[in-house]
Write a protein that binds this ligand. Sequence first.
Ligand SMILES: O=C([S-])c1cc(C(=O)S)c[n+]([C@@H]2O[C@H](COP(=O)(O)O)[C@@H](O)[C@H]2O)c1
Ligand code: NI
Length: 412
Amino acid sequence: MRTLYLDAFSGISGDMMIGVLLDLGVKIEDLKAELQKLHLTGYSLSAQKKPKNAIYGTDFDVVLDHGSKDTGFVEHHHDHHHGGARHLTEILTIIKNSDLSEKIKRQASGIFTEIGKAESQVHQVPLNEVHFHEVGALDSIVDIVGSCIALDLLHVDHIKCSTISDGSGFINVAHGQMPVPVPAVMQMRVGTSIPIKQRTDVHTELITPTGMGIIKVLVDSFGTISETEAVEKVGYGFGKRDTGGFNALRAMILDRSASRRTIATTHDQVAVLKANLDNQTGESLGYAAKRLFEAGALDVFLTPIQMKKGRPGQLLTVIASANQVTKFTQLILKNTATKGVRYQIVKRTIMQRKEIVLPTDYGDVHLKIAQFNGMVKATPEYDDVAHFAMQSGETFDYIQTRLQALIDTKIS
Ligand SMILES: O=C([S-])c1cc(C(=O)S)c[n+]([C@@H]2O[C@H](COP(=O)(O)O)[C@@H](O)[C@H]2O)c1
Ligand code: NI
């Protein structure tokens, strides 16, 4: 499974999103060709590879034929702008009547509707009366539809996002002062668990309403990069605001390398390291286990035991490669309260393992296949089951049972 990971340490805007996708390899000609399917004129695209703080990335911009962009996102209080405005419904019609794929139409309309609903709530105007200033609307259409197109061109199966940073304080827009996160962003947060962290060192907006709409509609999960995922490529899309720091959206293409390896041997040796612990808190032990996993332990587990003087304790067991006894002994001594570590090198029989991809109605599923002396065990990859469950709205157990039944008919 190919995952796009958004590392939003400096927030997200439409320009940053398209910039980072171009930086990851999407061709601007392909993006332009797809955008033509909207049948809109009056703009051109600019994408420049350049350094910021000595780090190379892509600076993307929508250049409007009639010059400057609207600084405010929506005009709904000022009747004098009505002549040049585009209602949400008009924008949804432009998308609907385009020659874009159904998937892109659904995603882009979803993002516009989320932003429209937030503006409608914040400014207390009915949804069908929310309208976008003509110039700002064109910029937003290209940013939003362009983000959906560029993502499609990148061919990823899953989008995961870090905690998103926003700034703090206030910004000035066409209608006056607004608190950060700006009201539309805060409104879109309602009813979600999208993780946002406010940076007190940045006194401007880092998450724009467009950026938040993209996150809300397109991101499948939030969290950190897991240990089993390998980073294939890194890109940077620059933001326009002067934040006093490195203002970019970083994104990575991830692949699950660790679980994808083929194991051909059937016998090997591993080290089993143990320590009895009766004077360490649960928090501290949890931290130690995390560090041991991060260092490459094959397994780490704690077993409740009864120790001397009637003390309840924990037996820490670490399984590691046979040649890493010294490294793991040092890590256990450093991160736990023990003064000694027992270890043994043990023989192990292992099933030969490989991974294959099986197309299913839900999408491609990665199968872990283990074989030994005529026995075969084939199981679907956890991440795929979780992804399909989230996408379809079915439970994890339902998807797992269905996939397992399909696999069993194919394997037998
Ligand atoms: O003009 C209006 S009403 C306006 C409202 C809001 C709210 O949060 S409500 C925010 N803004 C600001 O406009 C710019 C453009 O946003 P994009 O998403 O198009 O990049 C941005 O600074 C918004 O915070 C305007
Ligand atoms: Ni507004």
